[in-house]
Design a protein around this ligand. Structure first.
Ligand SMILES: N[C@@H](CCC(=O)N[C@@H](CS)C(=O)NCC(=O)O)C(=O)O
Length: 198
């Protein structure tokens, strides 16, 4: 398999952490791609990473679909098959993705958009989503325990992304239980092997 990837993309990292957890990491060749709005990645009309080329030539995106694919390929248990646990994990996955979506939009707004076109209220609104998302995560954090699934993987990638790009918000101060969980989770070999570097 080939993965169009950026070493700093948290969505790419989600897929790579999943691949490590599923024992598939060695089967994925990484093809570096500069991921920024206005880029052209011809294999994906949305121009985004991660995009996976499966061995049979199938093109898969986005990260949610790629994790689902890898999990099915390995016969893994990263996504519960049914029952209330399935929807609990899917909602948590959406929460983690939503924190990331807001963070990435703020990153583009502040690092890519030309200064005269920036809109501070809009940026503040995205930051509010991050803070409300973190508060929701804190209220759930005692249920995370030693779970390794698509939700906990994405929470781990989102929190590390906040440390990487938004260290100034100091999220640990208001979210001690999440911080405690993250300290353990981020030492997993899959997380260590995929740490972001600029
Ligand atoms: N929902 C997508 C989001 C992927 C995404 O936004 N990737 C960023 C890099 S972190 C990207 O490729 N941005 C380029 C663009 O927005 O055109 C996923 O889960 O894979």
């Amino acid at each position: 398999m080939k993965l169009f990837y950026s070493p700093v993309s948290p969505y790419v990292r989600k897929c790579l952490v999943a691949a490590h957890e599923l024992g598939l990491a060695e089967r994925i060749e990484r093809l570096p791609e500069a991921a920024r709005p206005l880029n052209r990645l011809t294999q994906n009309p949305l121009g985004k990473v991660p995009t996976l080329l499966a061995d049979d030539g199938t093109v898969l995106y986005d990260s949610r679909v790629i994790v689902e694919y890898l999990n099915a390929l390995a016969g893994g248990a990263l996504i519960p098959i049914g029952g209330p646990e399935r929807f609990a994990v899917l909602v948590e996955h959406a929460l983690a993705d939503g924190i990331l979506d807001a963070a990435i939009l703020v990153r583009y707004e502040t690092a890519v958009r030309p200064e005269p076109l920036r809109w501070n209220d809009w940026t503040a609104g995205q930051m509010e989503k991050i803070h409300r998302g973190l508060a929701d995560l804190e209220s759930r954090s005692t249920t995370l325990g030693e779970r390794v699934d698509v939700a906990t993987i994405t929470f781990g990638c989102a929190l590390d992304y906040l440390d990487f790009r938004f260290a100034a918000i100091g999220w640990r101060d208001k979210h001690p239980r999440t911080a405690e969980w993250f300290a353990r989770f981020s030492e997993r070999p899959s997380m260590v092997a995929t740490r972001p570097h600029a």
